[in-house]
Design a protein around this ligand. Structure first.
Ligand code: NAD
Length: 248
């Protein structure tokens, strides 16, 4: 939708690959100034080189660090209208009996604590303006126990809890927060579906339903809709964007 984000500033994490990259590009095409946050600087260089016509502000940062969050806020240079927490990492499908502390701590830091800190950093500005939208990218692993290991599953369930809490706590101040739960998407991550297949926990019915992964652009469309005024009456939901996996 051309112009849907005209005059607005958006922050997208994980903007160097997959769903985050497609979301950053789509928001910018729809008129936003996009602060594109990514751990790996070469991915940002490639993004900016490919889309020189778009208003992209690249920030090479680790969102799990205080400096990283501060750099995002500085690059936004004022109010943030839309925040998409997309950066996330998988956990090797480690079951609870085998998960090591390093995996648990890193997965929780990237998938849950970093989104909380970024929300905490931009929410005061949204509250002050009386408007703003947050989308946190969860997963099928936020809806069930069979899509990933212990750390990833716990982190994405936690992210949904954070999302609903923002929706309730800041509703009266004009802020909306929603989550998107992707099924398998063709990106750089070790997709939950591939891991589930490898771990042998996917049944034949699901195998038949999920014949092909979605594209990152399909998820960007869902995320941008929730960030836009088209979703003005949608707050605190978990939108499954998964081709029907959640109906199985
Ligand atoms: P991806 O690996 O293609 O992209 C994620 C990007 O985030 C990478 O460029 C990575 O470098 C960046 N990143 C990782 N840690 C970071 C950090 N600490 N700071 C800044 N950037 C960091 O993955 P994707 O598939 O596009 O995943 C995006 C989101 O979608 C994740 O939250 C993931 O859990 C979720 N998801 C993906 C799938 C799937 O099948 N691809 C399914 C369900 C949920």
């Amino acid at each position: 939708t051309p112009g849907r984000f005209e005059g607005r500033t958006a922050v997208v994490t994980g903007a160097g690959s997959g769903i985050g990259r497609a979301t950053a590009v789509r928001l910018a095409r729809e008129g936003a100034r996009v602060v594109a946050v990514e751990l790996l600087a070469d991915r940002l260089d490639a993004l900016v080189a490919e889309h020189g016509d778009l208003d992209l502000v690249p920030v090479a940062a680790d969102v799990t660090t205080t400096e990283g969050v501060d750099a995002v806020v500085a690059a936004a240079a004022g109010r943030v209208d839309a925040l998409a927490n997309v950066a996330g990492i998988m956990d090797g499908f480690l079951p609870p009996a085998e998960v090591d502390d390093a995996t648990w701590d890193r997965v929780l830091a990237v998938n849950l604590t970093a989104p909380m800190r970024l929300c905490r950093a931009v929410l005061p500005g949204m509250v002050g303006a009386g408007a703003g939208a947050v989308v946190n990218v969860a997963s099928e692993a936020a809806l069930r126990g069979s899509a990933a290991g212990a750390a990833y599953t716990a982190s994405k369930h936690g992210l949904v809890g954070l999302t609903k809490n923002i929706a309730v706590m800041h509703r009266a101040q004009g802020v909306r927060a929603n989550a998107v739960a992707p099924g398998p998407v063709a990106t750089g991550i070790d997709a939950p579906m591939r891991s589930a297949q490898a771990a042998g926990v996917v049944g034949p019915l699901l195998q038949a339903v999920l014949t092909a992964p979605a594209q990152a652009e399909d998820l960007a469309a869902s995320i941008c809709w929730l960030l836009s005024d088209d979703a003005a009456n949608v707050n605190g939901v978990v939108l499954a964007s998964d081709g029907g996996w959640s109906a199985v």
